[in-house]
Write a protein that binds this ligand. Structure first.
Ligand SMILES: [Zn+2]
Length: 170
């Protein structure tokens, strides 16, 4: 079906950017709406499996280590018509089949990894030269197995907050 490992979607009704723009209207992502990071989106042709789980999306600050970084940045810049602050890679099969709400949930999730970097005092950091926000990635709020929660319950603050959030929506 797809020859290359990744696909750049043309603008159109399935383009992830549509869901990105929608998510910007949520207060959780106000820093993105305000800071206007350059976003790029790719669809992955083959599923990514990690520890037996299918990863529906990943988000990256596209940089590589070492001497190749300069070449990499040059290629990425040409590919996306500017250097993206964040590169979101979505499972192409999932994205294509997902309904509107599931696409939004996935996008909301990926954007939740994208935060404005702060200094030691918690103040947002800006680039000295450009004045633009310094962006950063953050991990998941909860890292735990269902089996652990089943056996031990919501045993830490992180989990209690998570359960509280779920209850609030219940
Ligand atoms: Zn995630």
């Amino acid at each position: 079906m797809m020859d290359s490992p990744f696909i750049i979607l043309e603008p159109g009704q399935d383009h992830p950017g549509n869901w990105y723009r929608r998510c910007l209207e949520y207060p959780e992502h106000a820093h993105l709406k305000e800071g206007e990071p350059h976003m790029a989106f790719l669809l992955r042709a083959d599923p990514l499996i990690e520890f037996d789980r299918r990863i529906l999306g990943t988000v990256h600050i596209p940089r590589v280590q070492g001497k190749l970084n300069k070449v990499f940045l040059w290629m990425v810049e040409r590919m996306f018509d500017g250097l993206p602050d964040f590169l979101v890679i979505l499972d192409g099969e999932y994205w294509t089949a997902a309904d509107d709400r599931h696409r939004e949930i996935l996008m909301f999730h990926e954007l939740s990894h994208c935060i404005h970097a702060t200094d030691g005092d918690g103040e947002p950091r800006y680039d000295d030269e450009t004045g633009r926000p310094i962006w950063k990635l953050t991990g998941h709020s909860v890292e735990e197995f269902t089996s652990v929660v089943r056996r031990y319950g919501a045993w830490n603050d992180e989990l209690r907050e998570f359960v509280g959030a779920a209850d609030g929506k219940g």
